[in-house]
Design a protein around this ligand. Structure first.
Ligand code: C2E
Ligand code: CA
Ligand code: CA
Ligand code: CA
Length: 279
């Protein structure tokens, strides 16, 4: 029919047009946001089995003048499709190193480590290791206090190169943590070749641990695996004391989640540290 013909020939679908222009404005806003310092790192506590604060994960927040606070799940995927993630990643690295230096100067925070999230695209840069080491050197931060969280999907890349980069960071004291463990492509064959110091057990397994025997046994397997490899395992997304106790019972020795604290701006994190009992 004439109507159908008109539809198939229509060049611009208004809905599609809206998606395309929303996307272009997001990219543009991200660029402006970086220039105008609209980003901030929030910090979420990680505690050991005695409840002592040992580290903080740096989580990116975007304070957009019109959109309000934007969570990383809303802009990281878009940033990852362009080189914007590289500029954002550099900013995260520099800001976390500056925070380490600030914390190193105060006894209450002097031993804290910071874990930063690094996207695959960022890690794939040929000079990634050099960039990390030069930011560490320029800031004066202790490399042993920096952890880099990577996802399993990196293992789809050239494994030889991935391992070489990890080794180069490890040699300088930088820790490598495998994030969201259990959710992605994981090759147990490669895992033992990777110079990682830590596995992070994905929140999706922790969530239903009390009611799902499957999730409980997956976590048990991951903990055994980590133990056998001689590396740490951190449970993420721990929201209740019952979950914490269950995990501790399975041998988990490090925890992160709302039970211990939400991600907060640095000033609030410092207050949290002051309130925490001294060990
Ligand atoms: P992720 O690395 O798995 O980070 C943990 C996420 O779980 C964070 O979400 C955190 O706020 C949330 N979370 C922590 N504890 C709990 C809990 O007890 N319950 C629940 N329901 N959630 C909890 P957030 O901050 O929205 O970040 C989402 C993701 O965005 C991160 O997942 C990470 O993949 C990515 N991301 C965040 N910051 C950066 C960054 O600086 N660079 C890159 N490349 N990615 C980042
Ligand atoms: Ca992470
Ligand atoms: Ca994670
Ligand atoms: Ca996650």
């Amino acid at each position: 029919s004439k109507a159908a013909g008109r539809n198939t020939l229509r060049f611009f679908d208004p809905a599609m047009q809206a998606v395309v222009s929303a996307r272009a404005s997001l990219d543009n806003d991200l660029r402006i946001g970086l220039k105008q310092r609209q980003f901030q790192l929030y910090y979420q506590p990680q505690v050991d089995d005695a409840g002592n604060l040992v580290a903080a994960e740096a989580l990116l927040r975007w304070h957009h003048p019109q959109r309000g606070m934007v969570l990383p799940t809303e802009f990281i995927p878009a940033a990852e499709e362009s080189d914007l993630i590289l500029a954002l990643g550099d900013w995260v690295l520099e800001t976390a190193c500056a925070q380490l230096v600030t914390w190193a100067a105060r006894p209450a925070t002097a031993t804290l480590c910071i874990a930063i999230n690094v996207s695959p695209r960022q890690f794939r840069q040929p000079d990634f290791v050099g960039r990390v080491l030069s930011v560490l050197a320029a800031s004066g931060a202790d490399p042993c206090k920096l952890k880099v969280e990577l996802t399993e999907n990196l293992l789809l890349d050239d494994v030889g190169q991935t391992i070489a980069k990890m080794e180069a960071l490890k040699t300088q004291g930088v820790g490598i943590s495998l994030d969201d463990f259990g959710t992605g492509y994981s090759s147990l064959t490669y895992l033992k070749r990777l110079p990682i110091c830590e596995l992070k057990i994905d929140r999706s397994f922790v969530r239903d641990i009390l009611t799902s025997p499957d999730d409980a046994s997956i976590i048990k397997t991951i903990l055994t695996l980590a133990h056998n490899l001689g590396i740490d395992a951190v449970a993420e997304g721990v929201e209740s004391d019952a979950q914490r106790a269950f995990l501790a019972n399975l041998g988990c020795k490090a925890f992160q989640g709302y039970l211990f604290g939400r991600p907060v701006p640095p000033a609030e994190f410092d207050l949290f540290v002051e309130r925490a009992p001294a060990d």
